[in-house]
Design a protein around this ligand. Structure first.
Ligand code: AG3
Length: 295
């Protein structure tokens, strides 16, 4: 789906040469978004994907994988708070957390805000993503140095296979369902995640845009509903993702996120910029066009 076009427009003049750099982020055959950027901080074709960190005019530095913006300094907090806190607040005592994907470190940073967490494993297939984010996106990746973090450069699919009854919360922070991430949207994987969770564990997976990836979202929702006794899809709006809305799907073995009122004392110390108790309840309210996907 994605194709990378880094365009360089050169306007010649007698006194100065002005160069403009644009990333053309192509989403479908009929839809692309253009980002003006001032500098390419890093670029490499890794074993898994094309990786770049660019400095954009509107959103600060951005991590770009296979031509798709994954996260930006300016709005990363929305996605990272929303992938982590609904599950972390629903679980009364999350101690062992697993993040699959999420090599930029933003998701694990949010999970580590909970003092109950004693161990946070990050399983990322592409070590170059971790390396580049540590170097160029420190505000997102800094928590990777927390002593509770164990970084495993591995395929998340293989990592969860055979794990049993170990994690309290598993957060799947994958890229789009192309290339290395495809399997992270499949039934076998969610079954393995179910088994890797303790008897009261909770899964949250990022499940893409309900506008552009309708079939995917509806498929994942019904798969998770088959596997977990409690399922809930919730929405947020990420400024730099396509289609306005962004979805996450939760599968829970015991605790119902909707029955939970987040603890104000825990929230107070976290100084979050997006998530709060009202958002926790409200994010599960779905517009009809999204509800219809789950019928
Ligand atoms: N992971 C999900 C990004 C998906 C963006 N896709 C898109 N815009 N088509 C982001 C990683 C952040 N830790």
């Amino acid at each position: 789906m994605a194709r990378i076009v880094y365009r360089q427009l050169i306007r010649g003049g007698f006194e100065a040469e002005i160069m403009e750099f644009w990333l053309n982020e192509k989403h479908t055959d009929g839809y692309a978004v253009s980002w003006k950027f001032s500098e390419t901080l890093y670029t490499e074709r890794t074993d898994y994907q094309h990786l770049a960190v660019i400095d954009t005019l509107e959103f600060g530095r951005a991590l770009v994988l296979d031509g798709i913006v994954q996260t930006t300094e300016k709005d990363e907090f929305i996605y990272h708070e929303m992938i982590a806190h609904p599950a972390m607040m629903t679980h009364p005592n999350p101690q062992k957390v697993l993040v699959i994907g999420g090599g930029d470190g933003g998701t694990i940073r949010e999970a580590l805000r909970y003092q109950s967490v004693t161990r946070a494993d990050l399983v990322e297939i592409d070590e170059k993503v971790i390396w580049a984010c540590r170097k160029y996106l420190p505000t997102i990746s800094s928590a990777l140095s927390d002593s509770r973090v164990r970084i495993l450069v591995e395929d998340g699919l293989k990592f969860v296979r055979g794990k049993e009854n170990y994690y309290d919360v598993i957060l799947v922070d994958s890229s789009d369902p192309i290339g290395p991430a495809v399997g992270l949207f499949g039934k076998e994987f969610y079954r393995d995640v179910y088994n890797a969770l303790k008897e009261d564990g909770i899964l949250v997976a990022q499940t893409e845009s309900p506008v552009f990836n309708r079939e995917l979202l509806s498929g994942v929702h019904s798969t998770i509903r088959e596997i977990f006794p409690i399922t809930g899809t919730y929405l947020t709006a990420v400024a730099t993702y396509i289609g306005g809305f962004w979805s996450f799907t939760c599968g829970s073995k015991k605790y119902d996120p909707l029955a939970v009122i987040p603890d104000p004392d825990k929230l107070k110390d976290m100084n979050l910029k997006y998530y709060n108790a009202a958002i926790h309840q409200a994010c599960f309210a779905l517009p009809n066009f999204v509800k219809d996907l789950f019928e």
